[in-house]
Design a protein around this ligand. Structure first.
Ligand code: GUN
Ligand code: ZN
Length: 434
């Protein structure tokens, strides 16, 4: 067993509010299966005597917090960040598809997988839900790299058998055979999970969506990930291609692709029936504010999501998104929350923003109590934050009168410099000790 003493941030799973100890203790040790988990977390004064003989590392001035979860990110778009376009569809055609075609080369995919996981980790993200490309070995490259690092990661091969150029378009039947083979190869191996990944309805034939839905029924604990209702032109196109469905979102429901563990990126242009469908099926939205602002897609309606009550959490959506950094994503979500504000007081508070990137994202994935929090039994993925990392932040936090002011200061002024250390399964991975 090992322990760390510092300020400690975690979440109450029921109220979703933050629990904060100025002088906290985090104790990590093996569970019954020998896996490193949180054994205790709370006030140092209340816990210290319970763990005599356990080595305690004291980190004064630092904050222990759960590793972040990125609910939607594209590993092959690491180098697509910052490619400006008029909107989603020209961005896909001019930058994204040509770049993803390079992942036909397995060695190239392996190289990017390393950079991608390095970037996530140095920004404090310990659990990504990631798109690979349509090439099955791109999934192998990412899974192998994550396995080597002991990470909890969920990923899938993109399905796109139409309206996609040579180099990324796959074959309907083969794509489903490949998906099932990848599920069997990777799902549940160590800390890895598989996600059935139709790119978006316009890039998938009916037969491909039907096959994806059948696999989703056959493997109920596998995840599903896709995009929906991101951009007005995209929505028009989807509606033309699937005129029988009530809405763009309903297309996925009609093919058996809405259930718990189904994560849909964007969910911007919804009506209340769509919101109720999300709620009633247990699907979740991956809110991707930096992407939505960068591509001019629109604003996630937080008021609608809270009023109808469906699961949602935060995502970078790199490379439509502009940053791997969770503080940048939380700040962008705050701007978006202000835009949609219909009543005073509805703008998102810092505890809510942080929850959406940790315990709330875990709930969206069906992984509450596994990742995204620091309560007993959670896997030991945590970060050490330094609120003195930059002169302006140090100055600002010295004036913070309460937890909201402290967290909001970090969200607004923080970046990767604030992430001092990252632990995965109780082992330090940042700074790298290799
Ligand atoms: N819709 C279909 N593919 C993509 C993608 O790669 N990124 C985003 N943001 N939207 C999509
Ligand atoms: Zn995306």
């Amino acid at each position: 067993m090992r322990a760390w003493r510092a300020a400690l941030l975690r979440f109450d799973e029921d109220t979703r509010s933050a629990l904060y100890e100025e002088d906290g203790l985090l104790v990590v040790g093996p569970d019954a299966q020998g896996r490193p988990v949180v054994r205790a977390a709370g006030a140092y004064s209340a816990l210290a005597d319970r763990f005599p003989g356990v080595a305690v590392e004291h980190l004064p001035g630092r904050i222990l917090a759960p590793g972040f979860i990125d609910l939607h990110v594209h590993f092959p778009q690491t180098d697509v960040i910052g490619s400006p376009a008029e909107g989603l569809l020209p961005w896909l055609e001019n930058y994204t598809f040509p770049h993803e075609a390079r992942f036909a080369d397995a060695a190239y995919a392996q190289g990017v997988a390393t950079v991608f996981l390095d970037e996530l980790l140095r920004n404090g993200v310990t659990t990504p839900l990631a798109f690979a490309t349509s090439h099955p070995h791109s999934v192998d490259a990412l899974m192998e790299e994550a396995q080597r690092r002991g990470l909890r990661l969920i990923a899938g091969k993109v399905l796109q058998d139409r309206h996609s150029p040579d180099g990324v378009r796959d074959d309907t039947e083969q794509s489903l055979v490949d998906t099932e083979a990848l599920i069997r190869r990777w799902h549940g191996v160590d800390r890895l999970g598989y996600a059935i990944t139709p790119r978006f309805a316009p890039s998938c034939s009916e037969a491909q969506l039907r096959g994806a839905g059948e696999l989703a029924a056959q493997y109920p604990d596998v995840w599903i990930q896709s995009h929906v209702a991101e951009n007005k032109d995209e929505i028009r196109w989807a509606r033309e291609l699937f005129p029988a469905s009530r809405s763009y979102l309903s297309i996925y429901d009609d093919f058996g692709l809405m259930r718990e563990r189904a994560i849909y990126a964007h969910c911007i242009h919804f009506d209340d029936d769509d919101r109720a469908l999300m709620r009633d099926t247990g699907a979740a939205a991956a809110v991707s504010p930096t992407s939505n602002l960068f591509l001019g897609s629109g604003f996630f309606d937080y008021e609608g999501a809270q009023r109808i009550g469906f699961r949602h959490g935060l995502a970078s959506d790199v490379g439509g998104g502009t940053s791997f950094n969770p503080f940048h994503t939380m700040l962008a979500a705050y701007y978006v929350g202000r835009e949609g504000q219909t009543k005073p007081g509805l703008s998102l508070g810092p505890q809510n923003l942080w929850w959406q990137h940790t315990a709330g994202a875990a709930e969206a994935l069906g992984l509450s109590g596994v990742v995204g929090n620091l309560v007993p039994g959670c896997e030991a993925d945590f970060i050490v934050l330094n609120p003195q990392a930059t002169p302006l932040l140090a100055r600002k936090v010295s004036h913070a009168r309460d937890l909201d002011e402290l967290l909001f200061s970090i969200i607004v002024l923080g970046d990767d410099r604030v992430v001092d250390r990252v632990y995965v399964g109780g082992q330090a991975v940042v700074p790298s000790v290799a």
